[in-house]
Write a protein that binds this ligand. Sequence first.
Ligand code: G3I
Length: 465
Amino acid sequence: MRPPRSRLGRALATGVLCAATALGTLATGAAPAQAADQPLRDLADAKGIHIGNALAGSKLTNNARYREIAATEFNSVTAENAMKWGVLEPNRGSYNWGEADQLVDFAEANGQQVRGHTLIWHSQNPGWLDNGDFSAAEMRQLMRNHIETTVGRYEGRIAVWDVVNEMFNDDGSFRRTIWYDALGPDYIAEALTLAHEADPTAKLYLNDYSVEAVNAKSTAMYNLARDLKARGVPLHGIGLQSHLILGQVPSTMQANIQRFADLGLDVDITELDVRIQMPASADELRRQADDYRAVFDACLAVSRCQGVTVWGVGDNDSWVPDVFEGYGAPLMYDGNYQAKPAYDAVAEALGGTTDPGDPGDPGDPPGDGCVADYAVANEWNSGFTGNVTIRCTGSSLSGWTATWDFPAGQRISHAWNASCTQSGARVTCTNVSWNGTVPAGGSTTFGFNATTSGSNPAPASITLS
Ligand code: G3I
């Protein structure tokens, strides 16, 4: 049974004195016309695919909006860096599980699948491994230890592993790595076999970039996968990273996914981003939305495509500007965690509809009012942590009160960043001294802990005044 998970509700307010109306998110089993207001994960669930994100533990800890988006919009979590060898075993024999455990715990608390990333790679290895000058026998033993220890630790909890990452050069030849140099190309089969022994239930993937189109590199991947399957090596899927450039979604992407599917393999889009030369214009953001839509369409068109993981939450979380000078804005949320047109495009690709006249819709052009987003950040048997984020677009708020009715007897026990009182079902929260002004283009978030008695449906609406 799927564990309990948080839900995101959003309320729309216009003008300075605003009465909010509930959007479709709040209704279980909402009619299709309201689907745009469902979190992406609900839309993806309905389509039978995963929508994932690559997360960092420190941001989950320190940023409520990041945490809220990660919990409410995605049904799959990848560790952006936490499960790489250099992070897990910086000193030989001494493991550091903190962030990896945090991500797995977070995913489980929110009913999300975990993709393990990544076991064997040429990059982000610890210095002792890269520079150890180990013999083939020693490398084989190190690989065994690492895979047994890591996959074994999370047996049954990590559904999918990127077992080997980035094994090819662009021309389709094998990349020279410490693993290839020590063990030859069969290091890939050995790693897959070890991972399967450590967790026979995990799906095992090979993952690479620039293999989205039918090209020399993806054909090398195809030939390798066909060979491994023919030999009975435990390989279950292929990850197409999909670090794309604006306007360059390959026309052969769907056909490429299909040819791997025809080998009897699953396929995942594992690291999607679409980078734009900065500054990004409104037109470029719209074209980026088209690219996102095209990638989701290609996945949805092939039944063995298991889903799409986006490589980061907000644009400021992305690796792109650090590596591609002058490029940025590659994700579905901007640097302030406001949804971009790409978000709406993904919602639509997943069967949702969006109302361009509704300024509360993520990705829509800014409207004139302020919106209050209600989110459950964490839930346990008898209670939950809730967050309300007030965001203003065309106008500002100066001194605010947010009011709502809890529908199922929830009671606030403690609030922060707001003064909250509750009378019966009615909750009234007002700003504290330092967050009364929400400027146009700004936002503020307050939070609370509350008790529940059974179910925990979101309020139907939030009134902002
Ligand atoms: O944690 C250290 C920090 O202590 C130090 O102060 C700081 C100084 O630069 O570096 C921090 O480490 C950085 C790490 O990300 C965590 O933020 C590394 O320098 C930086 O190189 C590393 O980049 C990651 C990159 O992989 C490494 O190759 C990116 O976040 C991550 O998004 C990226 O992800 C890869 C996938 O794993 C594989 N496919 C390509 C994708 C993009 O490169």
